[in-house]
Design a protein around this ligand. Structure first.
Ligand SMILES: *Cc1c(COP(=O)(O)O)cnc(C)c1O
Length: 365
Protein backbone atom coordinates (compact mmCIF):
# COMPACT_ATOMS: atom_id res chain seq x y z
CA UNK A 1 0.00 0.00 0.00
CA UNK A 2 2.77 2.42 -0.89
CA UNK A 3 1.59 3.03 -4.39
CA UNK A 4 0.05 6.25 -5.58
CA UNK A 5 1.11 9.77 -4.86
CA UNK A 6 2.94 8.88 -1.69
CA UNK A 7 6.13 7.25 -2.66
CA UNK A 8 7.82 9.71 -4.99
CA UNK A 9 6.72 12.66 -2.90
CA UNK A 10 7.48 11.10 0.43
CA UNK A 11 10.33 12.96 1.99
CA UNK A 12 12.27 11.65 4.88
CA UNK A 13 12.17 14.33 7.53
CA UNK A 14 15.40 14.56 9.49
CA UNK A 15 15.55 15.81 13.07
CA UNK A 16 19.17 16.02 14.19
CA UNK A 17 20.22 14.81 17.60
CA UNK A 18 22.23 17.16 19.82
CA UNK A 19 26.00 16.65 19.85
CA UNK A 20 26.98 13.70 22.08
CA UNK A 21 23.39 12.45 22.24
CA UNK A 22 24.31 8.77 22.68
CA UNK A 23 27.23 7.38 24.70
CA UNK A 24 30.19 6.43 22.50
CA UNK A 25 32.30 3.33 23.01
CA UNK A 26 35.72 4.00 24.51
CA UNK A 27 37.42 2.11 21.72
CA UNK A 28 36.67 -0.36 18.96
CA UNK A 29 38.08 -3.10 21.22
CA UNK A 30 35.22 -2.71 23.68
CA UNK A 31 32.31 -2.86 21.28
CA UNK A 32 30.86 -6.31 21.85
CA UNK A 33 27.49 -6.88 20.20
CA UNK A 34 24.25 -4.95 20.58
CA UNK A 35 25.48 -2.64 23.34
CA UNK A 36 25.87 0.68 21.51
CA UNK A 37 23.41 2.53 19.34
CA UNK A 38 24.05 5.57 17.19
CA UNK A 39 22.51 9.04 17.57
CA UNK A 40 19.65 8.48 15.12
CA UNK A 41 17.01 5.99 14.08
CA UNK A 42 14.68 5.68 11.10
CA UNK A 43 10.95 5.38 11.70
CA UNK A 44 7.79 5.18 9.68
CA UNK A 45 4.15 4.46 10.48
CA UNK A 46 1.52 2.42 8.75
CA UNK A 47 -2.24 2.48 8.84
CA UNK A 48 -4.27 0.09 6.74
CA UNK A 49 -6.39 3.06 5.52
CA UNK A 50 -3.48 5.14 4.27
CA UNK A 51 -0.47 2.85 3.88
CA UNK A 52 3.01 3.95 4.97
CA UNK A 53 3.41 7.54 6.10
CA UNK A 54 5.62 9.96 7.98
CA UNK A 55 9.11 8.59 7.20
CA UNK A 56 11.55 10.26 9.54
CA UNK A 57 15.03 10.10 10.96
CA UNK A 58 14.97 11.21 14.58
CA UNK A 59 17.25 11.15 17.63
CA UNK A 60 17.55 7.64 19.12
CA UNK A 61 15.23 7.32 22.07
CA UNK A 62 12.31 5.55 23.73
CA UNK A 63 9.09 5.00 21.85
CA UNK A 64 5.67 5.41 23.39
CA UNK A 65 3.24 2.51 23.11
CA UNK A 66 -0.28 2.01 24.36
CA UNK A 67 -0.23 -0.79 26.95
CA UNK A 68 -2.82 -2.58 24.80
CA UNK A 69 -0.57 -2.47 21.69
CA UNK A 70 -0.98 -5.79 19.90
CA UNK A 71 2.76 -6.50 19.82
CA UNK A 72 2.92 -6.53 23.62
CA UNK A 73 0.26 -9.21 23.94
CA UNK A 74 0.26 -11.37 20.86
CA UNK A 75 3.79 -10.82 19.56
CA UNK A 76 2.97 -9.52 16.09
CA UNK A 77 6.54 -8.47 15.34
CA UNK A 78 9.34 -9.12 12.86
CA UNK A 79 12.94 -7.98 12.60
CA UNK A 80 16.05 -8.20 10.45
CA UNK A 81 19.80 -8.13 10.93
CA UNK A 82 22.29 -6.71 8.42
CA UNK A 83 25.62 -4.89 8.50
CA UNK A 84 27.46 -1.95 6.97
CA UNK A 85 31.24 -2.03 6.70
CA UNK A 86 34.02 0.53 6.50
CA UNK A 87 36.60 -0.57 3.98
CA UNK A 88 40.33 0.11 4.21
CA UNK A 89 39.80 2.45 1.25
CA UNK A 90 37.49 4.56 3.44
CA UNK A 91 34.40 3.42 1.52
CA UNK A 92 31.19 2.47 3.29
CA UNK A 93 29.70 -0.77 2.04
CA UNK A 94 26.36 -2.51 2.37
CA UNK A 95 26.13 -6.28 1.90
CA UNK A 96 22.92 -7.67 0.37
CA UNK A 97 20.71 -5.35 2.43
CA UNK A 98 18.00 -5.53 -0.24
CA UNK A 99 17.80 -9.27 0.47
CA UNK A 100 17.20 -8.50 4.14
CA UNK A 101 14.28 -6.23 3.23
CA UNK A 102 12.90 -8.86 0.87
CA UNK A 103 13.14 -11.45 3.64
CA UNK A 104 11.46 -8.98 6.01
CA UNK A 105 8.57 -8.87 3.55
CA UNK A 106 8.31 -12.67 3.58
CA UNK A 107 8.25 -12.58 7.39
CA UNK A 108 5.61 -9.84 7.50
CA UNK A 109 3.44 -11.72 4.99
CA UNK A 110 3.47 -14.77 7.28
CA UNK A 111 2.49 -12.64 10.28
CA UNK A 112 -0.28 -10.72 8.47
CA UNK A 113 1.73 -7.51 8.61
CA UNK A 114 2.17 -5.01 5.77
CA UNK A 115 4.84 -5.19 3.06
CA UNK A 116 7.49 -2.50 2.98
CA UNK A 117 8.55 -0.79 -0.26
CA UNK A 118 12.07 -2.21 -0.60
CA UNK A 119 13.63 0.57 -2.71
CA UNK A 120 12.31 3.39 -0.56
CA UNK A 121 13.36 1.67 2.65
CA UNK A 122 16.79 0.91 1.24
CA UNK A 123 17.25 4.61 0.49
CA UNK A 124 16.07 5.50 4.00
CA UNK A 125 18.61 3.08 5.50
CA UNK A 126 21.41 4.58 3.40
CA UNK A 127 20.44 8.06 4.62
CA UNK A 128 20.47 6.91 8.24
CA UNK A 129 23.81 5.12 7.92
CA UNK A 130 25.46 8.05 6.16
CA UNK A 131 24.12 10.50 8.75
CA UNK A 132 25.75 8.42 11.51
CA UNK A 133 28.68 7.22 9.44
CA UNK A 134 31.32 8.43 11.90
CA UNK A 135 29.99 5.68 14.22
CA UNK A 136 31.15 2.94 11.84
CA UNK A 137 34.21 1.39 13.46
CA UNK A 138 37.61 1.53 11.75
CA UNK A 139 39.08 -1.56 13.35
CA UNK A 140 39.34 -4.72 11.28
CA UNK A 141 36.44 -7.12 11.73
CA UNK A 142 34.20 -4.47 13.33
CA UNK A 143 31.10 -3.16 11.57
CA UNK A 144 27.83 -1.32 11.94
CA UNK A 145 24.92 -3.59 12.80
CA UNK A 146 21.53 -2.69 11.30
CA UNK A 147 18.36 -3.80 13.06
CA UNK A 148 15.11 -3.10 11.18
CA UNK A 149 12.01 -3.93 13.23
CA UNK A 150 8.27 -3.83 12.67
CA UNK A 151 5.70 -3.97 15.46
CA UNK A 152 1.91 -3.93 15.65
CA UNK A 153 0.96 -0.78 17.56
CA UNK A 154 -2.83 -0.74 17.36
CA UNK A 155 -4.36 -0.84 20.82
CA UNK A 156 -6.90 -3.59 21.41
CA UNK A 157 -7.08 -7.02 22.95
CA UNK A 158 -8.05 -9.75 20.55
CA UNK A 159 -6.22 -12.15 18.29
CA UNK A 160 -6.45 -10.56 14.88
CA UNK A 161 -4.03 -8.57 12.71
CA UNK A 162 -3.57 -4.97 13.76
CA UNK A 163 -4.38 -2.08 11.44
CA UNK A 164 -1.49 0.07 12.66
CA UNK A 165 2.24 -0.60 12.67
CA UNK A 166 5.51 1.09 13.48
CA UNK A 167 8.63 0.31 11.51
CA UNK A 168 11.94 1.45 12.94
CA UNK A 169 15.59 0.77 12.36
CA UNK A 170 18.27 1.21 14.97
CA UNK A 171 21.95 0.85 14.13
CA UNK A 172 25.06 0.46 16.23
CA UNK A 173 28.76 -0.36 16.08
CA UNK A 174 29.65 -3.99 16.82
CA UNK A 175 32.97 -5.63 17.51
CA UNK A 176 34.88 -8.31 15.70
CA UNK A 177 33.27 -11.62 16.58
CA UNK A 178 36.63 -13.29 17.02
CA UNK A 179 39.05 -10.60 18.22
CA UNK A 180 41.63 -13.26 19.11
CA UNK A 181 41.00 -15.52 16.16
CA UNK A 182 38.36 -18.18 15.72
CA UNK A 183 37.04 -19.87 18.81
CA UNK A 184 35.26 -23.06 17.75
CA UNK A 185 31.90 -23.40 19.48
CA UNK A 186 30.66 -26.20 21.73
CA UNK A 187 27.19 -27.29 20.68
CA UNK A 188 24.52 -28.93 22.72
CA UNK A 189 22.19 -31.01 20.55
CA UNK A 190 18.73 -30.62 22.02
CA UNK A 191 16.66 -33.78 21.99
CA UNK A 192 14.10 -32.42 24.42
CA UNK A 193 13.10 -29.01 23.06
CA UNK A 194 12.43 -28.01 19.48
CA UNK A 195 12.61 -24.69 17.67
CA UNK A 196 10.09 -24.90 14.86
CA UNK A 197 7.67 -27.22 13.13
CA UNK A 198 6.76 -27.38 9.48
CA UNK A 199 3.86 -25.04 8.82
CA UNK A 200 4.88 -22.83 11.72
CA UNK A 201 6.91 -19.62 11.73
CA UNK A 202 10.44 -21.07 11.89
CA UNK A 203 11.42 -19.49 8.60
CA UNK A 204 10.51 -15.98 9.75
CA UNK A 205 12.55 -13.66 11.92
CA UNK A 206 9.85 -13.06 14.50
CA UNK A 207 10.59 -12.42 18.15
CA UNK A 208 8.56 -15.34 19.46
CA UNK A 209 10.96 -17.85 17.89
CA UNK A 210 13.77 -16.48 20.02
CA UNK A 211 11.74 -16.24 23.21
CA UNK A 212 10.83 -19.90 22.68
CA UNK A 213 14.51 -20.85 22.30
CA UNK A 214 15.68 -19.29 25.57
CA UNK A 215 14.88 -22.18 27.87
CA UNK A 216 16.97 -24.76 26.02
CA UNK A 217 19.75 -22.21 25.43
CA UNK A 218 19.92 -21.35 29.14
CA UNK A 219 20.11 -25.02 30.10
CA UNK A 220 22.90 -25.54 27.55
CA UNK A 221 24.83 -22.47 28.78
CA UNK A 222 24.62 -23.72 32.36
CA UNK A 223 26.23 -26.96 31.23
CA UNK A 224 29.05 -25.02 29.57
CA UNK A 225 27.93 -25.11 25.94
CA UNK A 226 27.95 -22.14 23.61
CA UNK A 227 24.92 -22.90 21.46
CA UNK A 228 21.97 -25.21 20.95
CA UNK A 229 21.87 -27.31 17.79
CA UNK A 230 18.22 -27.91 16.94
CA UNK A 231 16.83 -31.07 15.45
CA UNK A 232 13.64 -31.45 13.43
CA UNK A 233 10.57 -31.34 15.64
CA UNK A 234 8.90 -34.52 14.35
CA UNK A 235 11.50 -37.26 14.30
CA UNK A 236 14.19 -35.42 16.28
CA UNK A 237 16.62 -37.02 13.92
CA UNK A 238 17.64 -34.40 11.37
CA UNK A 239 19.83 -31.38 11.97
CA UNK A 240 18.09 -28.03 11.46
CA UNK A 241 20.13 -25.03 12.59
CA UNK A 242 21.88 -23.38 15.50
CA UNK A 243 20.80 -20.40 17.64
CA UNK A 244 20.88 -17.63 15.03
CA UNK A 245 23.01 -19.47 12.47
CA UNK A 246 22.51 -21.99 9.72
CA UNK A 247 24.80 -25.00 9.70
CA UNK A 248 27.11 -26.67 7.18
CA UNK A 249 28.93 -30.02 7.16
CA UNK A 250 31.90 -30.97 5.04
CA UNK A 251 31.70 -34.73 4.42
CA UNK A 252 34.88 -35.60 2.48
CA UNK A 253 34.41 -33.37 -0.59
CA UNK A 254 30.67 -32.76 -0.19
CA UNK A 255 29.53 -29.52 1.43
CA UNK A 256 26.07 -30.23 2.83
CA UNK A 257 23.48 -28.09 4.61
CA UNK A 258 19.88 -28.84 5.63
CA UNK A 259 17.28 -27.82 3.03
CA UNK A 260 14.93 -24.87 3.54
CA UNK A 261 11.72 -26.65 4.36
CA UNK A 262 9.85 -23.96 6.26
CA UNK A 263 11.40 -24.61 9.66
CA UNK A 264 14.80 -23.07 8.99
CA UNK A 265 15.65 -19.41 8.64
CA UNK A 266 16.77 -18.79 5.06
CA UNK A 267 20.07 -17.15 5.96
CA UNK A 268 21.67 -14.69 3.59
CA UNK A 269 25.09 -15.87 4.75
CA UNK A 270 23.93 -19.45 4.07
CA UNK A 271 22.97 -18.46 0.56
CA UNK A 272 26.27 -16.62 0.08
CA UNK A 273 28.26 -19.68 1.19
CA UNK A 274 26.27 -21.89 -1.18
CA UNK A 275 26.89 -19.49 -4.09
CA UNK A 276 30.59 -19.24 -3.33
CA UNK A 277 30.94 -23.01 -2.97
CA UNK A 278 29.22 -23.56 -6.32
CA UNK A 279 31.44 -20.97 -7.94
CA UNK A 280 34.51 -22.74 -6.53
CA UNK A 281 33.27 -25.98 -8.06
CA UNK A 282 32.64 -27.74 -4.75
CA UNK A 283 30.09 -30.49 -4.57
CA UNK A 284 27.20 -28.81 -2.77
CA UNK A 285 24.01 -30.35 -1.41
CA UNK A 286 20.98 -29.06 0.39
CA UNK A 287 19.65 -32.26 1.87
CA UNK A 288 18.47 -33.80 5.14
CA UNK A 289 21.40 -34.61 7.43
CA UNK A 290 20.68 -36.97 10.30
CA UNK A 291 22.57 -37.07 13.58
CA UNK A 292 23.18 -40.77 12.84
CA UNK A 293 24.99 -39.80 9.66
CA UNK A 294 27.02 -37.15 11.47
CA UNK A 295 28.13 -39.55 14.18
CA UNK A 296 28.92 -42.27 11.71
CA UNK A 297 30.97 -39.83 9.61
CA UNK A 298 32.86 -38.74 12.72
CA UNK A 299 33.62 -42.35 13.57
CA UNK A 300 34.91 -43.13 10.09
CA UNK A 301 36.73 -39.82 9.77
CA UNK A 302 34.74 -38.57 6.78
CA UNK A 303 33.29 -35.55 8.58
CA UNK A 304 35.96 -32.93 8.03
CA UNK A 305 34.43 -29.65 9.16
CA UNK A 306 31.25 -28.22 10.67
CA UNK A 307 30.47 -24.51 10.77
CA UNK A 308 27.60 -22.12 11.37
CA UNK A 309 26.77 -19.15 9.13
CA UNK A 310 25.09 -15.88 10.06
CA UNK A 311 25.44 -12.12 9.78
CA UNK A 312 26.83 -11.67 13.29
CA UNK A 313 29.75 -14.13 13.17
CA UNK A 314 29.85 -14.73 9.38
CA UNK A 315 31.36 -18.22 9.84
CA UNK A 316 31.52 -19.92 13.23
CA UNK A 317 33.45 -23.17 13.36
CA UNK A 318 31.99 -25.95 15.49
CA UNK A 319 34.60 -27.61 17.72
CA UNK A 320 32.48 -30.23 19.43
CA UNK A 321 28.97 -31.29 20.22
CA UNK A 322 27.19 -33.13 22.93
CA UNK A 323 24.48 -35.55 21.83
CA UNK A 324 22.54 -38.00 23.99
CA UNK A 325 25.05 -37.62 26.79
CA UNK A 326 28.15 -38.14 24.66
CA UNK A 327 30.78 -35.62 23.56
CA UNK A 328 32.00 -35.57 19.99
CA UNK A 329 34.99 -33.56 18.79
CA UNK A 330 34.98 -32.15 15.26
CA UNK A 331 38.16 -31.44 13.28
CA UNK A 332 40.27 -31.86 16.41
CA UNK A 333 38.43 -28.88 17.93
CA UNK A 334 40.17 -26.57 15.48
CA UNK A 335 39.04 -24.33 12.64
CA UNK A 336 38.96 -26.14 9.32
CA UNK A 337 40.62 -24.84 6.18
CA UNK A 338 37.40 -24.46 4.23
CA UNK A 339 35.69 -22.62 7.13
CA UNK A 340 38.61 -20.19 7.15
CA UNK A 341 38.47 -19.77 3.39
CA UNK A 342 34.76 -18.92 3.49
CA UNK A 343 35.37 -16.46 6.32
CA UNK A 344 38.24 -14.72 4.53
CA UNK A 345 36.43 -14.56 1.22
CA UNK A 346 33.10 -13.34 2.58
CA UNK A 347 34.63 -10.71 4.84
CA UNK A 348 36.96 -9.69 1.98
CA UNK A 349 33.93 -9.06 -0.22
CA UNK A 350 32.00 -7.33 2.57
CA UNK A 351 34.81 -4.85 3.26
CA UNK A 352 35.22 -4.09 -0.44
CA UNK A 353 38.68 -5.69 -0.57
CA UNK A 354 37.93 -8.64 -2.80
CA UNK A 355 36.24 -8.64 -6.16
CA UNK A 356 32.48 -9.21 -5.87
CA UNK A 357 31.31 -11.19 -8.88
CA UNK A 358 27.83 -11.58 -7.38
CA UNK A 359 26.75 -7.94 -7.06
CA UNK A 360 26.29 -8.36 -3.30
CA UNK A 361 28.11 -5.25 -2.19
CA UNK A 362 27.13 -1.61 -2.72
CA UNK A 363 29.37 1.31 -1.90
CA UNK A 364 27.14 4.00 -0.41
CA UNK A 365 29.67 6.58 0.75
C1 LIG B 1 19.19 -14.54 11.31
C2 LIG B 1 19.22 -16.00 11.47
C3 LIG B 1 20.07 -16.83 10.71
C4 LIG B 1 21.13 -16.29 9.80
O1 LIG B 1 20.67 -15.48 8.78
P1 LIG B 1 21.67 -14.46 8.07
O2 LIG B 1 20.82 -13.81 7.04
O3 LIG B 1 22.78 -15.25 7.48
O4 LIG B 1 22.15 -13.52 9.13
C5 LIG B 1 19.96 -18.20 10.86
N1 LIG B 1 19.09 -18.75 11.73
C6 LIG B 1 18.27 -17.99 12.49
C7 LIG B 1 17.32 -18.65 13.41
C8 LIG B 1 18.32 -16.59 12.40
O5 LIG B 1 17.54 -15.85 13.16
Amino acid sequence: MIEGEGESEMEIKITKAPEGHMPRPESDDKLGFGKYFTDHMFMMNYHSDKGWYDPRIVPYGPIELDPAAVVLHYGQQVFEGAKAYRGKDGGIYLFRTENNLERLNRSTARLCMPQVPVDFFLEAHKKLILLDKDWIPHKEGCSLYIRPTMIATEAFLGVKPAKEYLFYTIIGPVGAYYPEGFKPTKMFVSTEHVRAVRGGVGETKTGGNYAASLFAAEAATKKGFTQVLWLDAIEKKYVEEVGTSNIFFLFEDELATPPLGGTILPGITRDSVLELARKWGLKVSERPISMDEVIEALATGTLKEVFGTGTAAVISPVGSFSYMGKEYVVAGGRTGELSKKFYDTLTGIQYGELEDPFGWVHRIG
